[in-house]
Design a protein around this ligand. Structure first.
Ligand SMILES: N[C@@H](CCC(=O)N[C@@H](CS)C(=O)NCC(=O)O)C(=O)O
Length: 209
């Protein structure tokens, strides 16, 4: 069975959400990122010690977007991934990656600066730059939402899983200013049954059930 090492609000949610959309069988193996104890199985799976990690038979992978691409290629075809000859494909591919590389990854610097950095280092230039860079990239999401309900057009795809996760991260930690269209988009995407199931199954108490 597929195992995802993750946590309830981590990027493992992207992977679990996708598996719920695809109807795949999996289990979530909780990783407590705040614990001081060494989690030997997790460290063996990812010596860089970040989540999510996917284990599928002999395959061990990190990076949420790469994992999603692997799952859709390995267990598809799926409506979550438009085919390369589909007119929706370029926008799909762009936003699938923008959600992490252009949004969530940039948001992490202001988030960890605000919540984890020593007091004197909270307002640092790098964090302000990363926040501004993410805000600029959000204009691409905003422009897309003026034209279509989803990142790839009329249909929900994995690009929405990628971008919605990032928007929610920015919203929760107040590092992104979301307008009405972005809030409506979050309600539309995170209102899906598959997302609700993913959230439930990512809770620590549900993990080993
Ligand atoms: N680009 C990676 C980022 C993964 C990442 O930053 N994960 C966070 C949790 S959401 C983490 O484990 N951070 C701890 C660390 O980096 O040490 C992905 O998309 O999977």
């Amino acid at each position: 069975m597929i195992t995802v090492f993750g946590g309830q609000t981590s990027r493992s949610l992207r992977v679990v959400w996708l598996m719920e959309e695809m109807g795949l069988d999996y289990r979530v193996r909780q990783v407590d990122m705040l614990s001081d104890e060494v989690d030997a199985e997790f460290v063996a799976a990812n010596p860089a010690t970040y989540i999510p990690v996917l284990r599928d038979g002999d395959v061990t992978m990190v990076e949420s977007i790469a994992i999603m691409e692997y799952l859709m290629a390995r267990y598809g075809p799926t409506p979550m991934a438009p085919a390369p000859d589909d007119p929706a494909f370029p926008a799909y591919q762009q936003f699938l990656h923008l959600g992490e590389a252009g949004l969530a990854a940039l948001m992490m610097t202001p988030i960890v600066s605000r919540f984890l950095a020593p007091e004197a280092e909270r307002d640092n230039w790098g964090a302000a730059w990363a926040k501004a860079a993410a805000e600029k990239r959000l204009r691409l999401v905003r422009r897309q939402l003026e034209q279509a309900p989803y990142m790839a057009g009329d249909r929900f795809t994995a690009a929405d899983i990628s971008v919605a996760y990032a928007l929610e991260l920015g919203r929760q930690h107040e590092v992104a200013s979301l307008g009405e269209a972005e809030h409506a988009y979050l309600a539309r995407t995170m209102g899906r049954d598959a997302y609700k199931r993913a959230l439930e199954k990512s809770q620590p108490e549900a993990a080993e059930a």
